[in-house]
Each structure stands twice: as C-alpha cells, then as structure tokens.
Design a protein around this ligand. Sequence first.
Ligand SMILES: NC(=O)c1ccc[n+]([C@@H]2O[C@H](COP(=O)([O-])OP(=O)(O)OC[C@H]3O[C@@H](n4cnc5c(N)ncnc54)[C@H](OP(=O)(O)O)[C@@H]3O)[C@@H](O)[C@H]2O)c1
Length: 276
Amino acid sequence: MNPAKTILITGCSSGIGLCCARGLRERGYRVFATARRPKDVESLRAEGFESFRLDLADSASIHQAADGVLEATGGQLYALFNNGAYGQAGALEDLSREALREQFETNLFGTHELTNRVIPAMRRQGYGRIVQNSSLLGFVALAYRGAYNASKYALEGLSDTLRLELAGSGVYVSLIEPGPILSRFRDNSLATYRKHVDSERSVHRDKYLATEERLQKPGAAVPFTLGPEAVLKKLILALEAKRPKARYYVTFPTYLFRGLKRILPDPALDWVLRRI
Ligand SMILES: NC(=O)c1ccc[n+]([C@@H]2O[C@H](COP(=O)([O-])OP(=O)(O)OC[C@H]3O[C@@H](n4cnc5c(N)ncnc54)[C@H](OP(=O)(O)O)[C@@H]3O)[C@@H](O)[C@H]2O)c1
C-alpha cells in the first residue's frame, strides 16, 4: 500500500463524510472512515472500510482512533479530513454556556486534539494534508446560527495559524467552504436545537417557527443546494494539487458571499444577511 494514499476522515456516518469516504476509496485511497456511534462503525466495516469509533467530544476515543490508524499504517498518514461537526441552532441569547461549550467541544476542540495527534507523524514523514471542512458560515454570520458561526469562525482562525506554523514542513492545511449541501445536517441540528432551546419562553418564539420549518423540510431547504459529491471534488483538489489552496469554495452562495464580503461595508452586508 502506498502510504501517500492513506486518509483518516471524521463523521462518516452520513452526508459529506460518507460520500467522501466512498469516493476516495474508489479513487484508490486507503480510507479510515470513523464515526462516533458503534452502530455506524459496524456499518462502515460491513461496507469494507477500516473503521474506528471516534467521538470528537471524547478525548479517549480520539486518542484510541488516531493510535489505531497510525498502528495500522506503520506510523504514516498522508491526510486528515476534519469533517465531523454539527450545527447548534438558536438565538445566542437563548443558548447557555453549556450549549456553546458542547458546540465547541465537537467542532473545534476535538478537531484540534485529533489534528495534534497526527501532526507528529506528518512532520516525521515530511509531507501531509490537513483538510478542514468549514462552511460559508465560517466567514459570514446568520441570525440563529451564532454557536455554529462562532465554532466555524474559530476553525478558520485556527487553520490560518496552523498553515503559517506548518509552512516549510511539507504539511499543507486547506479549508473547504461549502454552502448548502444535502446531508443529515438539518436533522441533527433539529435534535440539538430541541435539546438546548426553550422556544416557548423566548422573545424569538415567532422566528423559531421558521427555524423549525426549515430544519424539518425534506430535501433541499434553500436554493443552490448541491449534493455532497460537490465537496468530494474540492477535497480531491486539496489532496492532490501540488500546491493546495488555503480555501476551496463550494456552491454558488459561497462564491457570492465571498464576493459581497469583500466589497460591501458591514451595514450593507448586514442588510443583506438580515433578509435571509
Ligand atoms: N450540509 C451543509 O449544508 C453544510 C454546509 C457547510 C458545511 N458543512 C459541514 O460539513 C461537515 C459534514 O456535515 P454534513 O453536512 O455531512 O452533515 P451530517 O450528515 O449531519 O454529518 C455530520 C457528521 O458529523 C458527525 N458528528 C457529529 N458530532 C460528532 C462528534 N462529536 N464526533 C464525531 N463525529 C460527529 C455526525 O455523526 P452522527 O451521525 O453520530 O451525529 C455525522 O457523521 C460538517 O463539518 C458541517 O459543518 C455542512
């Protein structure tokens, strides 16, 4: 097995992670497809993947999975795709410290811990790719998405710094910036919204009706939604380009808002974002 073709992916139970695991395997990669629930690890193994349980909110499982992968590859790993995450919906004034902490435990701290676990192997071998699945909401804000926004903005900052610190090591860091993608993302958001938001007692009660409708809508909830293969395409570029870019944009809204953010002053951009 060519060590340059090994990749560890988080959050492979559904959506983008599962699609990328399958797509990269077809392309000849040795894919370590991880998931946080044992039943999903079983399904991934039944599909023929090498799979470990990896819950980003649980340090022990991060260490066990990373060690398991490195043991299986003789200590080498070409790439890490930090994909696993969820979106905590709800107005910021309705979200407790605990809700925000949980969001960061998974989307940022677990991702950071896993990354740090594999960097020494990448530095030793003198090459590697770290690809972060961020979001359009990693660089523009939307109302009722504050916890998720904050976690993805933080991931952007962390990745930009990491890129500077790894310069010259042969290890490249890229961010993928998807807009709306078909996956189980909204079902999972609905569950954490119900867990943490008391909509009946909120000043935002009326707005929450729209949030609940959006999260329960089957199929694409907004225009310009793409399938997860659109992310796979950009992931392949980040993995295989000789000099990968710092950022790969996916979906029309992402390109649009990247442009608007560059040209509009904050009040004008806020005016647009308040209408979404
Ligand atoms: N869908 C979109 O519109 C969109 C847009 C921009 C960015 N993204 C990003 O794309 C990535 C993948 O999301 P998706 O759209 O494919 O949604 P998804 O279908 O909900 O997949 C998310 C994956 O992350 C996993 N995950 C959640 N909490 C985890 C934890 N504590 N430890 C490990 N894994 C965990 C989920 O596992 P469980 O099944 O166990 O919950 C699932 O496998 C995320 O980083 C998301 O922020 C998505």
